[in-house]
Structure formats: C-alpha cells, structure tokens
Design a protein around this ligand. Structure first.
Ligand code: PMP
Length: 336
C-alpha cells in the first residue's frame, strides 16, 4: 500500500478503539479545545489530551517533530498534503538520532494524518505537527530506558512570516547549532532554542527574520527556513554539510529551478558578505513557504524589492502545492 492509497482508504485500522463522542464540529471557526488530535493511539479532543508535569521531553527537549502543510484547492474541492511521505521519512531519521521508534510506518502515518484532517473537516490551508517525544515522567537527562510517545496535531494556518512586501533580515549574533554539539539535520525540539534566540533577537531589533551563520562564519539558514541567494542567474544554497536542516522545500525549489526553469543551481558554502551582494535572497520552508528577502543588515537586497526570480518561483510553488502541476501531482496527497 503506498501513501496515496493509504490516505484515500480508511485509517481506522491504525487507531485504537475510540469511545469519544462523534465529531460535531467543523473547521470554522477553529475551536482548538474541540479539535481532534491523534494522541496515544487514539483520536481525541484536544481538551482530552493530558501531559504530566514531569514529561521528559518538556524538561530536556527530547522530542522530534515535523511541520507539514496541507493546501486547500477550492476548484477541486480537495485538500492536498504536501510531500507528507518525505516529512515522515525525515521524522524517522530524526527519531533514529534520538534512539526513538515511531509506532507506524510512513504509509500508515500518511493514512492516519489524512484521517485526522478528515475528522477535523478542514477545508482551508492546514499546518500539521507530528511530535515523537520521550514521555516518561522522571528526572535524569538521557536517551535510554525511557518511554516514547507520539501525537499529531493540526490546525488551519496562513502565512508564517507576515511580510507581504518582502522580508527584512539581520545576521544573528547567535551561531547555528553545530552537528557535533546538537544534530543540525534533525528536527529536535531542544535544538529549537537556537532558532528561538535568533528569531527573537531579530524581532527585538525591528527585523522580520534572522539569518544564522555557522561556527566557521558561513551562512547556514534562517531561524526556521533554508536560504537561497541568486547571483547572476545562478541559484546558490549552502550544502548539507554546513549545519543546515535538509529542507523539503529546499529540495523542491532546487528541482523547480533546474528542471522547470532549466537554470543552474550550486550547493556551496556562502560567505556573509555575499548576502549583501546578491541580486536576490529567498528564505524557504514549509511554514515560511517562499519568503523573498528585501533587506539584510540595513542594506537593500538587489533593488530592495521582491525580485523577478522570486516572483517566478512563488508562482510555480503556489500552483504546485495545490496540485495544479501534473508532473508534481504525486507530491500532493488528496485527503478527501
Ligand atoms: N531550517 C529549519 C531550522 C527549519 O525549522 C525548517 C522548517 N522545517 C527549515 C529549515 C525548512 O525545512 P522544510 O522545507 O523541510 O520545512
């Protein structure tokens, strides 16, 4: 069974018996307390999910998560999960690093997520947050001899970075976590303190977003986005060995750029001052989608407005994620 078949079919067999009352809410307006969450093997109301104060992950950051989007296509009356299989594969990689096990395989997780979205009757763009975490309620920082738990939460979701006329960034004084200190290529809850420090520093200084350098001074990424710059028509992005998250949007953009636009892309280390000389800079991620950067450290990027390549990519990307490009339809899992 592949993930496409799985989401269309029922995921009931993956759920433990559910004795909650039948669903009586729609998705508008979103009432979080009554929303359905997959929690400890069942779909339950948000308000019926309980975590103990001593939950290990809460104290020590011992959790792995994903952020997946589903896009509503009004014309087709369909909700599409974007690259859900790749997100669950990455979640599995993160859990391997933390010596955790996921309760289901990727196709089953996609099926379950489809079931969750249907149960919530979402008919708008949605953000999906799977979380695998150490649930034992005990003191002692470690990875071994602890219980694992898993949940999936979802809610309607619009823009992550609210910057309609382009994003203004500062280079953060915080350096990106280094892979030999804390895994940079995994989405581990504890390491997001690095992102939080950078993001709030940028916010406190009047910027929209942070650009974070590695210990060696090379550009890594935004606080929760991968980074591209464009110089003389070439797309340049830091390589996977420069402490980046191996982003799924990054992979999508690289493919669009080379296959659909037929242009050159290079993965190589980027110096800080190249940011100031780029024709265009784009941040990208599941949450941020494509966020063109118009200013970095009080310097305009290019002409200081959203550039032509960013506009072209944004156009392609928004069609693609709503299942409008035949070639990429396999990345869009229909929910209904
Ligand atoms: N870097 C970090 C630190 C992130 O949190 C994210 C968001 N998941 C990204 C990059 C972009 O990754 P993706 O495109 O897979 O969402």
């Amino acid at each position: 069974m592949d993930a496409h078949e799985a989401t269309r079919g029922s995921a009931q067999m993956l759920l433990e018996p559910d004795d909650s009352a039948a669903n009586s809410i729609g998705s508008r307006p979103f009432d979080r307390e009554r929303a359905w969450v997959y929690f400890n093997g069942q779909l339950r109301r948000y308000s019926d999910c309980r975590l103990g104060p001593m939950t290990h992950a809460l104290h020590y950051g011992t959790g792995c998560f994903e952020g997946i989007r589903a896009y509503w296509n009004q014309t087709r009356n369909q909700l599409y999960m974007f690259r859900a299989e790749e997100h669950y594969d990455r979640l599995r990689q993160s859990t391997r690093i933390l010596k955790m096990a996921l309760p289901l395989d990727t196709a089953q997780l996609c099926a379950l997520t489809g079931e969750l979205l249907r149960r919530n009757e979402f008919r708008s763009d949605v953000y999906i947050r799977p979380l695998a975490y150490k649930s034992s309620e005990e003191i002692g920082v470690r990875l071994h001899n602890l219980e694992d738990a898993f949940l999936i939460y979802a809610q309607p979701f619009g823009s992550y970075i609210d910057a309609a006329n382009g994003t203004r960034c500062m280079v953060s004084s915080w350096r990106r976590v280094d892979d030999n200190s804390a895994p940079a290529r995994a989405k581990i809850t504890g390491t997001y303190i690095n992102s939080a420090l950078a993001k709030s520093e940028a916010y406190d200084n009047g910027y929209d977003e942070a650009i974070v350098l590695g210990q060696d001074g090379h550009v890594c990424e935004g606080s929760a986005e991968n980074l591209f710059l464009i110089r003389k028509g070439t797309l340049i992005t830091p390589p996977v060995y420069d402490n980046i998250l191996e982003g799924i949007t990054r992979a999508t953009i690289l493919q669009l750029w080379t296959e659909d636009l037929g242009l050159t892309a290079v993965e190589r280390p980027i110096d800080r001052t190249e940011l100031y000389l780029a024709d265009e800079v784009i941040l990208c991620g599941t949450g941020a989608q494509l966020s063109p950067v118009v200013e970095i450290d009080t310097r305009p990027v290019g002409e200081g407005v959203v550039g032509p390549f960013a506009k072209q990519l944004e156009g392609l990307y928004s069609q693609l994620v709503r299942g409008e490009i035949e070639k990429y339809r396999e990345w869009c899992l229909p929910v209904y």
